[in-house]
Design a protein around this ligand. Structure first.
Ligand code: ATP
Length: 135
């Protein structure tokens, strides 16, 4: 069976690079299952887990937004940040969640700050939920 190369890249590092059978991402317009020979496309991603299937194995990676580029036998995910489950510091994510919730609840309605806090909250929840899922 053919495979595709999945790369997950952030400005800091290459988080993941492996041949896989299938990648499931959450695009802005919904879930997308990508197998070899998928139609080429570029689409923005939600802050959500990416699921990777390799034989009977399944891996999950926290991807915090960004874009996916699909080519015939290669998928590249470019994100501001992404973590493998073992790299997630849960205490840090819990603290980030609390900070974001405080900002959202503080009554300040500066639009940019509010949006930033919403995204920080989503990143924190994504990390916490992912860690709970693989435990
Ligand atoms: P924080 O407020 O805790 O920095 P953040 O969501 O603002 O969280 P990002 O800007 O998304 O953080 O990421 C900055 C860097 O820190 C990235 O390399 C990211 O992978 C890493 N990072 C952020 N939070 C965690 C975490 N809870 N566990 C492990 N790495 C993290």
């Amino acid at each position: 069976m053919s495979t595709l190369l999945l790369e997950i890249v952030t400005p800091e590092r290459k988080v993941y690079a492996q041949e896989v059978d299938m990648v499931v991402v959450k695009g802005e317009e919904g879930q997308l299952g990508i197998m070899p020979n998928h139609i080429p496309l570029v689409t923005p991603l939600q802050i959500a887990p990416v699921i990777v299937k390799k034989g009977k194995q399944e891996e999950i990676i926290a991807v915090n937004g960004g874009f996916v580029e699909v080519r015939k036998d290669k998928v590249v995910i470019l994100a501001e940040s992404a973590e493998l489950p073992g790299d997630i510091d849960v205490e840090r994510a819990l603290a980030a969640r609390q900070r974001a919730e405080q900002r959202l609840g503080s009554g300040r309605r500066d639009e940019i700050d509010y949006r930033r806090a919403e995204l920080a909250l989503q990143r924190a929840i994504n990390r916490i939920e992912l860690r709970n899922r693989v435990r």
